[in-house]
Design a protein around this ligand. Structure first.
Ligand code: IPE
Ligand code: IPE
Ligand code: MG
Length: 248
């Protein structure tokens, strides 16, 4: 994707480029079932899912979407078989190493949502490297939710708010929703306008509970490794057909 061009994408013509979501978040689900359906080990589904990550990052960048958030590993995912967790961490490391040139060429800044300190040291190192190198990129933010849990995120925010109040740096009367948002991992970012979940599951699984209060939901039976640009486009078209009322 060295040369992003909106015109190169058949089908995008139906989209109103002035009414695109500023922030799209995706619960990438169904890798295991994709592999099972092919008689393959689960980890092959995760490997195949990386192609879908590339496709949506490319499509989002081509459309000038400002923030793309991908749920890659939840705090609950540590409950999985240690071998699967190990492979997921290895794939993550590999992805970061391989994608750095693409992120640089397309001026995409990587950002992490989650508790980085709980990740294996090798992954932390690779993350630090890519975060530092892409820091000045300003065309799109790619949030990777890693070791992420929305309740944990809100809890750490509440703890920091309490500490700020105690230290006299924040008045309780100044604690608005906007002020609280600054303590979340998504500090400074617009809330997701659109939340996509693949694989036919109709649940949130502890993802961005604060931030999605008015996100439009797009639930598709497509398994993540089968999700491509055309599916991303379909989600955006559906989003543009929705009437957002925000309670009014
Ligand atoms: C999503 O696919 C990837 C991660 C949660 C890391 P799953 O691994 O959850 O696949 P299914 O839901 O078991 O099919
Ligand atoms: C949500 O998927 C987490 C990620 C996509 C990383 P899961 O597969 O872990 O969620 P549940 O267990 O079906 O709710
Ligand atoms: Mg799953």
């Amino acid at each position: 994707m060295a040369n992003p061009k909106v015109s190169g994408l058949a089908g995008y013509s139906k989209l109103d480029l002035k009414r695109l979501p500023a922030h799209v978040a995706i619960i990438m689900d169904g890798n295991g079932r994709w592999a099972k359906g092919r008689g393959l080990p689960r980890v092959m589904g995760h490997r195949a899912g990386i192609q879908s990550v590339r496709a949506v990052v490319e499509a989002a960048r081509e459309l000038s979407i400002r923030v793309l958030t991908l749920y890659a590993f939840s705090v609950e995912n540590w409950k999985r078989n240690p071998q699967e967790v190990k492979t997921l961490m290895r794939l993550l490391n590999e992805y970061l190493r391989r994608e750095l040139p693409t992120l640089m060429a397309n001026e995409i800044r990587l950002n992490v949502l989650g508790d980085v300190s709980g990740l294996p040291p090798g992954v932390q190192e690779e993350l630090e490297r890519v975060l530092a190198k892409t820091r000045a990129n300003d065309k799109m933010v790619l949030n990777l939710a890693l070791n992420y849990g929305a309740r944990a995120e809100i809890l750490q925010a509440a703890g920091r708010v309490a500490a700020e109040v105690k230290a006299g740096r924040l008045k309780e009367s100044e604690l608005t929703e906007a002020a609280f948002s600054r303590f979340l991992y998504t500090d400074g970012q617009p809330d997701p306008d659109l939340l996509i979940r693949t694989s036919g599951e109709h649940r949130i699984s502890n993802f961005l509970l604060w931030q999605i209060s008015y996100a439009e939901l797009y639930l598709t039976p497509r398994l993540w490794p089968d999700f491509g640009k055309a599916d991303f486009l379909a989600a955006l078209l559906e989003y543009q057909g929705r009437e957002r009322r925000f309670g009014a």
